[in-house]
Ligand binder design. Structure first.
Ligand SMILES: C[S@@+](CC[C@H](N)C(=O)[O-])C[C@H]1O[C@@H](n2cnc3c(N)ncnc32)[C@H](O)[C@@H]1O
Length: 203
């Protein structure tokens, strides 16, 4: 018997979030770690899953950690410049950027953060992490644009959309459609995404 939480019903794509979580947890153990993510270690310990099956490739591992650090910096800079800003983390997996970034900033009761991922991921996430008045989870496919109505309740506020390690799983046309809709619906938006930057024809 184990009281760990099983990681069930995850698609192969969603399972990749467990690999990034494990990378963050392993890196956190080094004294000279590239990142500090103690929460990743706690989550790995709470989930009933054979994380050691991930043979961490040094190049991918380092890239994953540097990416996390860079996206944390984007979010930190955005919220420092826009204390009333709204952050939407698309394809959040089990990442706890909200905690990492917001613990570094004064609590201003103005910002809002949404973590979005596919329903089985959010189901697992809800068993491990809690919502607060300024931190909400959205169980939806980013490609089903109905989720925009959930975040579209902050008129005039600046938005940061983060998509870290996600767009590569989307068909190019769908990714392009999503980015263009975000641009149209959120005039004051900022976008930080891996992969999108490589796509010709995107804003
Ligand atoms: C490599 S993981 C990255 C997780 C997290 N961003 C990180 O860096 O730790 C890819 C994530 O994209 C999510 N994902 C894939 N397709 C998605 C979709 N259509 N809508 C929302 N999330 C999706 C997966 O469920 C998974 O959590």
């Amino acid at each position: 018997m184990t009281d760990k939480i099983p990681a069930e019903a995850l698609s192969t794509v969603s399972e990749t979030m467990l690999a990034t979580l494990y990378s963050h947890a392993v890196e956190n153990r080094y004294p000279d770690a590239l990142i500090r993510d103690p929460r990743a270690e706690e989550l790995v310990a709470q989930i009933d899953y054979d994380f050691e099956r991930f043979q961490l490739n040094p190049t991918n591992h380092t890239a994953t950690c540097v990416r996390l650090r860079q996206f944390d910096r984007f979010a930190q800079a955005f919220l420092a410049a826009h204390p009333d800003g709204v952050v939407v983390h698309i394809g959040c997996g089990l990442d706890t950027r909200f905690e990492r970034v917001c613990s570094e900033l004064p609590d201003n009761s103005q910002m809002m953060w949404y973590d979005l991922d596919l329903p089985p991921v959010i189901e697992l996430r809800r068993k491990l992490l809690e919502e607060t008045p300024r931190y909400k989870m959205i169980a939806a496919s980013a490609l089903d644009l109905a989720w925009l109505d959930i975040v579209d309740v902050h008129p005039g506020k600046p938005f940061l959309f983060i998509a870290e390690g996600v767009f590569m799983y989307f068909p190019d046309a769908e990714m392009r459609r999503l980015v263009l809709v975000l641009r149209e619906r959120s005039p004051k938006r900022h976008m930080s995404a891996t992969y999108a930057a490589n796509m010709p024809g995107l804003p």
